[in-house]
Design a protein around this ligand. Sequence first.
Ligand code: C5P
Length: 221
Amino acid sequence: GSHVVVAIDGPSGTGKSSVSKAVARKLGVGFLDTGAMYRALTWWCLEQQIELTDADAVAAASRDLPLTMGTDPNHPDVFIDGRSIEVHIRESRISQSVSTVATNLDVRADMQQRQRELMAQVSEQTGGVVAEGRDITTVVAPDATVRILMTASEEARMARRSKQLSVTAESTRSQIVDRDRVDSTVSTFMTAADGVVTVDTSHLDFEQSVQAVLHVVSAEA
Ligand code: C5P
């Protein structure tokens, strides 16, 4: 219909998440952080002492996960059994193990299905949705109104991440580079797929990045 569906993918440290949230606010539509869903499952498995390398157990946990996403871009949130776990899923122990869970192909199929349903629901409610992740433009919503790959030089991404995490440059480098390397074995987000518009934020500040995305949205939508 006339819903504006904006799909944004990219590696970690591009500012994808905060930019996507701001774009959703400007457009007055809902926001879906799909990485938060993989993080939530990872947190749950650690809580339940499920071995992350036990693919069948993790896939079963995914199917049964009592997960609810708060999709208001003014206060996105993640709930399991009605309890907010937003703070916990940002811990570095989660960042370090989330790729093990996210490269489980049964988990991906389950999460991708949940994401499609959520995007449809949110679109229905707010007239559109901005969804961000690694495989939104290619697998979850290849028919989105607008598809964007947000990139930034490794240097710029590291600078942003180390500011967020306040840790040393070297551990930041290995954390984000390793995670992107593993994640890119199952999703295409290091290069733009056919029909996907690249927005390079290496030399853009936050507000400029938001404007750049809005510019693509108004050109395509
Ligand atoms: O975006 P964020 O860093 O929160 O994503 C956390 C992890 O979730 C990624 O490193 C990746 O393993 C996984 N992910 C994914 N597909 C998505 C979004 C995130 O595999 N669409």
